[in-house]
Ligand binder design. Structure first.
Ligand code: NI
Length: 135
């Protein structure tokens, strides 16, 4: 089994609050992500697929095609968007990096046919990332 990773990048705005909590509690738990007037993150997205190299190409899948799928299915939906307002998949969910990585998996998984999706790794800052393996 060989693992292949494509890196992509997008920017998006969000606000993370629990509507049942006070402003103070939201600020205490979510910190700057609770800012009332939104804020942005520069997300680095690493999509890893796994498979056996094809006999005729040596590829698990064509990485250009993988990039096109990510752009079409994920970046079109998320890049330069407000995650709270513009993304139906995140409606009524906390737009955290955790939930975002799960939604990105759901957007991509049906379109990876030549091999299998293995991992969504999403960097929110240079110090924090999540990984989702589909379970
Ligand atoms: Ni944030």
């Amino acid at each position: 089994m060989v693992y292949l990773t494509r890196k992509e990048h997008f920017n998006a705005a969000h606000q993370v609050v629990n509507k049942n909590w006070s402003d103070e509690k939201n600020k205490a738990v979510f910190g700057k992500c609770a800012n009332k007037n939104w804020h942005g993150h520069n997300y680095d997205l690493y999509v890893t697929v796994k498979g056996i190299p094809n006999q005729e190409t040596g590829f698990i899948m064509n990485v250009k095609e993988l990039s096109s799928i990510i752009k079409e299915r994920v970046l079109e939906k998320l890049d330069h968007k407000n995650l709270n307002l513009d993304v139906p998949e995140l409606k009524d969910k906390f737009p955290t990096t955790e939930n975002l990585s799960v939604e990105i998996w759901k957007l991509l998984e049906p379109h990876i046919n030549e091999c299998k999706l293995h991992c969504i790794r999403l960097w929110e800052t240079e110090n924090i990332y999540t990984e989702y393996f589909g379970e």
